[in-house]
Design a protein. Structure first.
Length: 306
């Protein structure tokens, strides 16, 4: 009895110590104590168990800054924005600081501007505003006006979006022709130009899927739901990816939600384009006819008139 009781205790302790949240909390504690090497070790252990956790990755980026590994920090922050959560505004503030540190002032300005556009009352708003103010040329300071500056930033965002849409169109052409390698390259560039572009994220996820890269496909489709919680195309893609990856319960959960709901949205030109794109991709997807038929039925329900 005593041996059995002892074995259970050791098992419970072992299970507790293997929790990624446990290691993350240790990392935060070590970082607060300025033991950054130990903090990095623990946050890496947490990430090893939960590789796509944006909070863990963001904190790793912050720890790397303290260890003067700024370029590695930049890479992680961009990875979060491009692949996991484009709405994670603090990443832009971190990029602004990091780019300033390495002397990339144009990128630093753009990152701070982006943060201000996303977070008009965020934790670092006053810091970002003050940094932007003092980064202007001396002759510009007396005329610096935040509202006009943000309006100018919005105009710049529209230019980035126009560039992103051109890359999106090229990617779509390659994707439909079966040139997945070039499609991936074009869609990745589209997202880098304008991280919030939902259509490129969805189609990049499909390009990954068609090349057998299921994990990044799921990641990209899930990132769309960070931007738009009820994006139906992203959910349809996830139903397909989960099924292909053997996660039938998650696929069925999504399909069940569609079966219980009715589309309140009148179809438009973009819906028709999405429908046709998804239909073509679905026709060559490596899954059985039964699932294809169910997914096609959902599309007709969502986007057909009447």
């Amino acid at each position: 009895m005593n041996k059995r009781r002892s074995r259970v205790k050791r098992s419970n302790i072992l299970q507790f110590e293997q929790s990624h949240d446990f290691y993350f909390k240790l990392a935060v504690r070590r970082a607060m104590d300025k033991h950054y090497t130990a903090a990095l070790r623990y946050v890496d252990m947490a990430i090893g168990m939960d590789a796509y956790n944006a909070e863990y990755l963001f904190n790793k980026a912050c720890i790397l800054v303290e260890l003067r590994r700024t370029r590695e920090s930049i890479k992680i922050l961009n990875y979060i924005i491009w692949n996991i959560d484009p709405t994670f505004a603090e990443c832009y503030f971190g990029l602004g600081c990091n780019y300033f540190e390495i002397g990339s002032f144009d990128k630093s300005l753009h990152s701070f501007e982006k943060y201000l556009l996303m977070e008009n009352d965020g934790e670092f708003f006053e810091d970002a505003y003050e940094i932007l103010y003092y980064m202007r040329l001396p002759g510009e300071l007396q005329n610096f006006d935040l509202e006009n500056h943000i309006e100018s930033g919005e105009n710049m965002q529209r230019k980035f979006m126009d560039s992103s849409m051109k890359l999106h169109a090229a990617g779509t052409m390659y994707l439909l022709r079966g040139n997945y390698k070039e499609a991936i390259r074009q869609f990745e560039r589209s997202i880098m130009a304008y991280p919030e572009i939902k259509s490129s994220r969805i189609r990049l996820s499909m390009a990954y899927y068609m090349t057998g890269q299921i994990a990044p496909a799921k990641l990209l489709a899930s990132s769309v739901l960070k931007i738009q919680k009820n994006n139906q195309m992203a959910k349809l893609c996830l139903a397909l990816y989960y099924f292909t990856d053997g996660q039938n319960d998650l696929s069925e959960r999504i399909l069940g939600m569609f079966a219980r709901s009715r589309s309140k949205k009148a179809p438009n030109a973009q819906d028709g384009e999405d429908h046709e794109f998804y239909r073509q991709m679905l026709s060559i997807a490596p899954v059985g006819d039964e699932l294809k038929s169910r997914l096609t039925g959902v599309m007709q329900k969502l986007y057909s008139p009447g």
